[in-house]
Design a protein around this ligand. Sequence first.
Ligand SMILES: Cc1cc2nc3c(=O)[nH]c(=O)nc-3n(C[C@H](O)[C@H](O)[C@H](O)COP(=O)(O)OP(=O)(O)OC[C@H]3O[C@@H](n4cnc5c(N)ncnc54)[C@H](O)[C@@H]3O)c2cc1C
Length: 158
Amino acid sequence: MVSYSPLTAELKAIIADGLSPDSSIVDRGNLVEYSSDASTLSYLPELVVLAGNTDDIKSLIELANRYNFPVTPRGGGSGLAGGCLPSRGGVVLSTMGLDRIERIDTGNFIMKVGAGVISLKVREAAEAAGLFYPPDPAGMDQSTIGGNGATDAGGHPA
Ligand SMILES: Cc1cc2nc3c(=O)[nH]c(=O)nc-3n(C[C@H](O)[C@H](O)[C@H](O)COP(=O)(O)OP(=O)(O)OC[C@H]3O[C@@H](n4cnc5c(N)ncnc54)[C@H](O)[C@@H]3O)c2cc1C
């Protein structure tokens, strides 16, 4: 198993400096908010990055490769298997700030959205545009479209 060194104060500062004003970090105080999901598991992150754009995510991943620290994406935190928890330490990357529905192309049934859009909002936007969004996970009022994609959440089998 690959081992990682704890994030030093210097490395946390490098991570923070690499972010644009759209994004921010959570260090110490509110980390516990990001230490659990809908499972019974719990792992405290060393740092949380609240991403406000995808360029900042790219910068973070580049730093993670350079300095060898883990990054765990987190959407709505409604997962039942602890997937968004930093079991190996490092950074939790919250996508909840990527919450824009950018475009709906009704002719081609395409919606361009940020990874952090709550799935129910996707359904509502589709309905408002005269379309139907078929996936129906029961936690769609909490989960994000990115989390649904990552976990293949679609709803209960008929
Ligand atoms: C009341 C309730 C009902 C539920 N009903 C269903 C159901 O009907 N069907 C079903 O399948 N599941 C269901 N779930 C489980 C859960 O809602 C789904 O797994 C959902 O897809 C998780 O989305 P999330 O945004 O909360 O992801 P999180 O819990 O934050 O993360 C889940 C996983 O996805 C990864 N991830 C999240 N966002 C991204 C991203 N942008 N890019 C890459 N990886 C990402 C995380 O690292 C983690 O591994 C339910 C949960 C609850 C609490």
